[in-house]
Write a protein that binds this ligand. Structure first.
Ligand SMILES: NC(=O)c1ccc[n+]([C@@H]2O[C@H](COP(=O)([O-])OP(=O)(O)OC[C@H]3O[C@@H](n4cnc5c(N)ncnc54)[C@H](O)[C@@H]3O)[C@@H](O)[C@H]2O)c1
Length: 352
């Protein structure tokens, strides 16, 4: 299968796809988004503002992460931004009060950074998550929470596509801490009745992702180098992946928040097709109308934590919430390149 682009829709696991319902209404609802100035959080915030929600974003704007004030350009006046750290218990206990929904996306996302500074990853992705849940338990137990989890918790898959029953076996510190963060949410749902669920995201991409470097996603640095007319490196190249366009991920967050069937559940998210990284690079170059991918050996520090091939079985999400990805890879890449052709410099500044 390596080297082939396989439409998810044709694979047996994705055959019976109910139509996406989109049945959620956030009009007038009070919504808190942690990590709201980041890639997925800001795209989610835009949808919520459009839907008439009363949105507050919490973000620490730590320069190494994906937060960027430019991500909310044009909607600054329509929401509130609180620059604070989710590790700050005092801030969080005030911020969760009175909210109807919490989209909990703040996180340290770099796998390599999690190995170089494991305790920092622990503080943000694990300890702070427990503190947020405690703040909810004590000050707003009626809130509904959707947590941004990751496919990283599975480690190197034993079988493909990976369903939610696959044994978690993280290959890096980030995967372990995200797994703990996820399970605290499910525990608080089960023990305290604080409605919570988790979405195990796969590679998510699109406008507003971090492109300055590869900290958030290798696709980010590919896009940057491509648009700067420079060669970009593809490590290995044969690995299979699925990619979710950010608008599809946002729709899953909204459905998970709105629907009670999601409570206490963890869901995989996939994309429209499965593709090797070599073919992904070729598609990106084709959509751009030129580019210089260079296939290289994995650097040693990456190789040690690489997960090999991965793609999700997301039938549970499709069946439970009626979600399905709508933006094919080629179209998603086109929209991404269009965005960064216009806004690249806003993502390269020294500070967010
Ligand atoms: N993008 C993906 O492919 C992907 C895949 C799997 C899981 N996820 C998860 O989705 C969530 C959002 O990811 P993203 O891609 O938008 O990344 P991102 O880095 O753009 O967003 C995370 C945001 O959290 C903020 N943040 C980090 N630590 C914080 C702290 N201590 N206090 C307050 N804010 C803090 C950052 O400033 C950033 O704006 C993360 O939790 C990540 O683990 C993302």
């Amino acid at each position: 299968m390596a080297g082939a682009s396989v439409p998810h829709e044709e694979s047996p696991v994705n055959r019976s796809v109910p139509a996406a319902s989109g049945n959620h209404d956030f009009t007038g609802k009070k919504v808190l988004v942690t990590g709201g100035l980041g890639f997925i959080g800001s795209n989610l915030a835009r949808r919520l503002v459009d839907d008439g929600a009363r949105v507050t974003l919490v973000d620490s704007l730590i320069p190494e992460y994906g937060g960027n004030l430019y991500n909310i350009a044009g909607i600054e006046e329509k929401l509130r931004v609180n620059i604070s750290d989710v590790r700050d218990h005092h801030s969080m206990k005030y911020l969760v009060r009175g909210q109807d929904y919490l989209f909990n996306l703040a996180g340290q996302t770099s796998h390599v950074d999690s190995m170089q500074a494991p305790e920092n990853d622990l503080e943000i992705n694990c300890r702070a998550q427990l503190a947020i849940l405690e703040a909810c338990r004590q000050h707003n137990p009626g809130i509904k929470i959707v947590f941004a989890s990751t496919r990283q918790i599975y480690g190197k898959p034993d079988y493909l596509p990976v369903d939610e029953k696959h044994l978690p076996c993280p290959r890096d510190v980030n995967g372990i801490n995200k797994m703990a963060g996820e399970w605290y949410h499910i525990l608080y749902n089960n023990v305290y009745g604080i409605r919570a669920c988790a979405l195990r995201l796969t590679n998510t991409y699109g406008p507003r992702m971090r492109v300055k470097d590869a900290r958030q996603t290798f696709l980010g640095i590919w896009v940057r180098l491509l648009l700067e007319g420079r060669p970009f490196e593809v490590w290995g190249g044969g690995q299979l992946r699925d990619f979710t366009f950010v608008d599809d991920a946002v729709e899953a967050f909204l459905l998970a928040a709105a629907r009670e069937e999601a409570d206490g559940q963890v869901f995989n998210l996939g994309g429209c097709e499965v593709v090797s990284l070599r073919d992904l690079a070729a598609t990106l170059v084709a959509v751009n109308g030129g580019g210089m991918p260079e296939v290289r050996e994995f650097p040693a520090d990456r190789k040690r934590i690489d997960i090999g091939d991965y793609y999700a079985d997301d039938r549970l999400l499709r069946a439970t919430l009626g979600w399905r990805p709508r933006v094919p890879l080629r179209e998603g890449l086109r929209r991404t390149l269009t965005y960064y052709r216009k806004h690249l410099t806003d993502y390269l500044g020294r500070d967010p």
